[in-house]
Design a protein around this ligand. Sequence first.
Ligand code: HEM
Length: 489
Amino acid sequence: LQRPSIPEGLRRLPGPKPLPIIGNVLEMSTNPHLSLTAMSERYGPVYQIQIGMRPVVVLSGSETVRQALIKQGEEFSSRPDLYSFRFINDGKSLAFSSDQAGVWRARRKLAMSALRSFSTLEGSDLGYSCVLEEHICKEGEYLVKQLSSVMEASGSFDPFRHIVVSVANVICGMCFGRRYNHDDQELLSLVNLSDEFVQVAGSGNPVDFIPFLRFLPSQTMKNFLKINARFQNFVQRIVTEHYRTYDKNNIRDITDSLIDHCEDRKLDENSNVQVSDEKIVGIVNDLFGAGFDTISTALSWAVVYLVAYPDTQEKLHQEMKDNVGLERTPLLSDKPNLPFLEAFIMELFRHSSFLPFTIPHCTSKDTALNGYFIPKDTCVFINQWQVNHDPALWKDPYSFIPERFLDADGMTVNKMDAEKVMIFGMGKRRCIGEAIGRTEVFLFLAILIQKLHFHELPGHPLDMTPEYGLTMKHKRCQLRASLRLCQED
Ligand code: HEM
């Protein structure tokens, strides 16, 4: 590799010395969020590692990340062309593909508008502020029933296994206008396979950077291809059915609205961005995929934290009892009266940092950051985990203390502190499902805390060590739950 010449006035990036062929792969270990955080203490907030033969710039520190993604957003918002990304959504993913800026921008705008219109629609039941709230509340109530009946039948349950179906049903409702039963084998086999997807898609997977590894047999990679194919198949069948039954005067869901956009565009001869129908309708694949894995991972962690911190669980239930009561389902409008729940969610996002890195970024032209030269097409990792555990930002960063987000009166969440938590990325690539994500985590959790009391299963101690990936999950576990209302009766 030729080292690029550095323009005058700029410095060469610091970083560990790479080994031939493999670069710094060994130093990255199996937990890159930890090893790259440790390296930032040595080399500072902007440094370079080499994975295989490819240089990768790692950004940490809130100010540096903000400078790159917001102030210099245009230069840092592309995606690198990585091997594993070519298989996600058949290489046509909105989130992972290295689409040209114009195409990505047009698709992102469409996706945002479809999400907004289908989440803010009026629900069929006037008791809810919108259809999203209605879907979540109904699925939340159903989840409570489901967990209670599994408890009765088996004495314990695997939280992820059940939460993922409820969460998938909310996004399926919006995207496809349908829901699935908790024992639907097709949906279960799809959503329960996400573990291997996130392992391969996590930042720093050597196979993305060292070409000869692609020729070695790997069960994980085989499974990754299988999951992508199955996912693609599942969505394609639903899309085909939507095309067959599409009626311009009755747009039923996000899939219909994307088909409708393709039809309208055919009539619009002035349309100037060339995006294929396949890429437009394929957006629904991204929304469905991103819409269930992230939120179910967050909620499953939330239940595990409730079990690990029983005093916090009691305090949350008490807050619910005092401010909402135990009779009616909690609603979005209850949020201002549940500050401790909001603080718990912020601390859950910060402490678990279950999305340790954003999806990798890439520079769109030669640029400079903090006085260092970064050439065009350099892959950039953004270390959200480091930002959320930076001792310069957080007192006692490794302890789980929801109260850190409350003002001295204990009644209000400190917005400035809440904004320091980084879990949805920032700037031009910031998550487009953030509002839905925050709404779902709040409402599902409010319902679970109101109705159920979670405990450890005797003889099965909790293991909270995260498994590294695009989203980090806790190990599958068995927990117990008892109904709160029964106890109070
Ligand atoms: C991108 C987090 C929920 C759709 C992202 C990124 C993060 C993230 C970190 C990458 C940002 C970057 O590359 O800089 C989360 C978290 C969620 C969540 C923590 C839930 C708690 C959702 C939901 C949807 C969604 C519910 C859709 C319904 C997307 C899409 C992108 C994205 C399409 C790609 C945006 C782009 O590349 O322009 N999300 N997400 N996310 N998210 Fe989310």
